[in-house]
Design a protein around this ligand. Structure first.
Ligand code: 15L
Length: 272
């Protein structure tokens, strides 16, 4: 089984928290990386990596960056809830530039989607990867849009995609919700390796959470086909975090937590 991709891999959002982790981890595996972000890369450049500052709004820059790449790990764009106008450029137009570049290079896209694309599912539900999109924010809506764009480019152009609906990828879980949603950096890095190195992925969806006992919300994804088995777990943090809940009934009701509660104004008599 190969451990190094044949062609360079483009990583967008390289200067963000997850991008920096992946740049370091994948370079250590011997990968040749092309890093890009709108912000400067804050770390020493890893071996075999180059960095180019670019805006996802700039389609020509993205096409150039992707030249000769076999896969695009798309972690760029706005990563939290922002006003619609701020999400539009990087997350909507930028996605189009990523998929156009992938089409031209016949490259695979690994898209950092989010649990916020389905965040209005209730915590009492268990949903499969083919569940309805229920975005909880403009940010979550942009992730659902990205997954739909991937479907368009697969059926129309044969561009493969893995959509990773990331839960909460942080150094450690920090509240009760993350006892379910936490994804360790190491599990993320191992997942990215499987996303790129698996021979065929077609259209695949992965729930991006570690092996957490409280993760009863999500099931039936493509992990077995990709050969990904999360090894870390939020469980050892349960004692200290189980009581760390928010004071918002809306946040506690829905899988998206605080994102669902933000700017929430639905009258209670409109609930089914
Ligand atoms: C995300 O998609 C965000 O990028 C991250 O900041 C967290 O809020 C995470 O979801 C989460 O749901 O915990």
């Amino acid at each position: 089984m190969p451990t190094i991709p044949e062609k360079p891999v483009l990583l967008t959002g390289a200067s963000g928290a997850l991008g920096r982790q992946l740049a370091r981890a994948l370079a250590t595996e011997g990968w040749t990386l092309r890093l890009t972000d709108i912000a400067p890369f804050p770390d020493p450049l890893p071996a075999r990596a180059s960095f180019t500052k670019a805006d996802l709004n700039d389609g020509v820059a993205i096409l150039r960056l992707a030249e000769g790449c076999g896969a695009i790990l798309h972690f760029g764009g706005v990563s939290v809830e922002r006003p619609f106008e701020e999400v539009l450029g990087p997350n909507i137009r930028g996605l189009y530039h990523i998929y156009e570049a992938a089409r031209r290079e016949r490259a695979r896209v690994v898209f950092a989607s989010s649990n916020h694309s389905i965040g209005f599912h209730e915590r009492s539900e268990t949903i499969g990867a083919d569940c309805q999109f229920l975005p909880d924010s403009y940010y979550g809506l942009s992730k659902a849009y990205g997954e739909l764009m991937g479907r368009l480019y697969w059926f129309k152009h044969g561009v493969e995609s893995v959509f990773v609906r990331i839960g909460s990828c942080f150094p450690e879980p920090v509240d009760a919700r993350m006892l379910a949603t936490w994804l360790s950096y190491a599990d993320l890095s191992r997942l990215m390796q499987r996303c790129v190195l698996t021979e065929k992925v077609g259209l695949s969806v992965i729930w991006g959470a570690s092996n957490n006992a409280r993760m009863t919300w999500w099931r039936d994804d493509a992990r077995d086909a990709l050969g990904w088995k999360p090894q870390d777990s939020a469980d050892p943090f349960a004692g200290q975090l189980a009581g760390k809940v928010s004071d918002s009934p809306v946040a506690e009701r829905y899988q998206g937590g605080g994102f669902a509660a933000m700017e929430y104004s639905r009258p209670s008599d409109s609930h089914g």
